[in-house]
Design a protein around this ligand. Structure first.
Ligand code: X8Z
Ligand code: ZN
Length: 335
C-alpha cells in the first residue's frame, strides 16, 4: 500500500536470463514449518553467534498467532517489559519468506534488549534508534542460500546464475525502501513545525511520495482523505527515520562483520552464521547499549566511526552493473 517494498513487481522486472533462485515461502509451506518453528530457527541463528537461548517466559508470553476471538494490532513489535529478562514479541505470523525475515528483525530487538540489560536503566537502549532497527535485519542478510543448505532448509545452493534474481529481490525490498524511509518523517516534521498547514496534510504527503518514490496516487485524492494515517507509525507516533538509518547501517554491519571473519567473496553470499568473531563484535556492541556515543558503538563493529552508505553499493554491485548495461541509452527517473 505504501510502496515501501517493491517485491511484488519482481515478475515484471526479473532478469530474464537469470536462473530463478529459490522460493522460501514454498519451502516453509512444503515442510509444514510451524510459526513457532520459524521463531526457533531464527533463535538458532542468534545462538550460533554465542548469544543465550531465549528465556522460557519469552515463549510463554509472546504472541505468534492472530487470536481467533478478538481484534488485535498485528503490526510486528518487540517488547522489553521490565527492562530485564521479560522480553516478548507480538506478531501474527504467516508462513512465508517475508514473515521469516520479520521474525529475525524482531529477535534483533529482543537480543539487543537482553544484551544491554545489565547496564543502568537509562542506558538500556541502542546506540541510536537506527541500531535497534538494524540488528535483526543484519542477521537476515546472512540468510543466504548457503546458510539455508547448512540448516537443511534447502537441498543444494542454486547456481551462481541465480545471484542476479536474488539480488533483484533483495533490492526491491531494501533499495526501494530508502525513499519511503526518508519521506515519512519529512512529512511528519513539516506537520509538527507548522510548515505544512492542516489543509495541506494529504497534498503534502503525495508531493513527497512523488518527489522521493516516484509514485502517484492510484485515484484522485483530496483533503477529505488522510492517507498518511493509514501507516501504522503515524498514528502510533513511532519515529520513522530509524528505519532509513537501519537500511544503511545493516549493510555496513554486514560488510564489517564479513570482513571480521575473513570473508573475501561477494557480500551477498556472505553469512556470519556460527561465526565466533562476528558474534563477539555484535555482543560487544549490544552490551554497550546507549552508554557510549553511537560512533563508538559503530567502531566496535568494524573500525570506522562514520556511517557509510557505500556498503549498499558494494552489496548490490553485480546488479548495478547489469542494470547499467540493461538501461544503456534509456533515460530513467521522473521529474
Ligand atoms: O515497523 C517495522 C517493524 C517493527 S519495528 C516490523 N518496520 C517498518 C515498517 O514495517 O514500516 C520494519 C521495516 C520498516
Ligand atoms: Zn523494528
Amino acid at each position: 500500500m505504501w510502496a515501501q517494498s517493491w517485491s511484488n513487481v519482481f515478475d515484471l522486472v526479473a532478469p530474464e536470463a537469470a536462473a530463478p533462485g529459490y522460493d522460501l515461502t514454498e519451502i516453509l509451506r512444503e515442510r509444514q514449518t510451524s510459526e513457532r518453528e520459524m521463531v526457533e530457527i531464527a533463535e538458532g541463528f542468534f545462538t550460533s553467534l554465542g548469544m543465550e537461548e531465549l528465556p522460557e517466559t519469552f515463549w510463554r508470553r509472546s504472541q505468534f498467532l492472530r487470536p481467533r476471538d478478538r481484534d488485535v494490532v498485528c503490526h510486528a513489535s518487540a517488547w522489553h517489559l521490565d527492562l530485564d529478562e521479560d522480553v516478548r514479541i507480538k506478531m501474527c505470523i504467516q508462513i512465508n519468506a517475508e514473515d521469516f525475515s520479520t521474525i529475525h528483525h524482531e529477535l534483533g530487538h529482543t537480543y539487543y534488549q537482553l544484551g544491554y540489560r545489565e547496564l543502568p536503566p537509562l542506558f538500556r537502549d541502542s546506540a541510536n534508534d537506527g541500531f535497534h532497527e538494524a540488528l535483526g535485519d543484519t542477521i537476515s542478510l546472512s540468510v543466504t542460500p548457503g546458510y539455508l543448505v547448512d540448516i537443511g532448509l534447502l537441498d543444494e545452493e542454486p547456481p551462481a546464475e541465480a545471484d542476479l534474481s536474488l539480488l533483484m529481490r533483495m533490492a526491491l525490498d531494501k533499495v526501494a525502501f530508502l525513499p519511503f524511509g526518508l519521506l515519512v518523517d519529512r512529512w511528519r516534521w513539516g506537520v509538527f513545525s507548522g510548515e505544512t498547514p492542516p489543509e495541506e496534510y494529504n497534498a503534502a504527503w503525495w508531493r513527497l511520495r512523488e518527489q522521493y518514490q516516484g509514485v502517484t496516487a492510484p485515484s484522485a485524492r483530496t483533503e477529505e482523505d488522510f492517507d498518511p494515517g493509514a501507516k501504522y507509525h503515524v498514528p502510533g507516533n513511532t519515529p520513522y527515520t530509524r528505519y532509513f538509518l537501519a537500511h544503511i547501517l545493516q549493510f555496513q554491519f554486514h560488510r564489517d562483520l564479513c570482513a571480521a571473519i575473513g570473508y573475501e567473496g561477494p557480500l551477498h553470499r556472505c553469512s556470519i552464521y556460527g561465526e565466533e568473531e562476528a558474534g563477539r563484535r555484535l555482543r560487544e556492541m549490544m552490551a554497550m547499549g546507549l552508554s557510549r556515543p553511537w560512533p563508538e558503538a559503530l567502531e566496535a563493529m568494524g573500525g570506522s566511526s562514520e556511517m557509510d552508505a557505500t556498503a549498499i553499493l558494494d552489496y548490490f554491485a553485480p546488479l548495478a552493473d547489469w542494470l547499467k548495461e540493461r538501461n544503456a541509452g534509456r533515460s530513467c527517473g521522473w521529474s
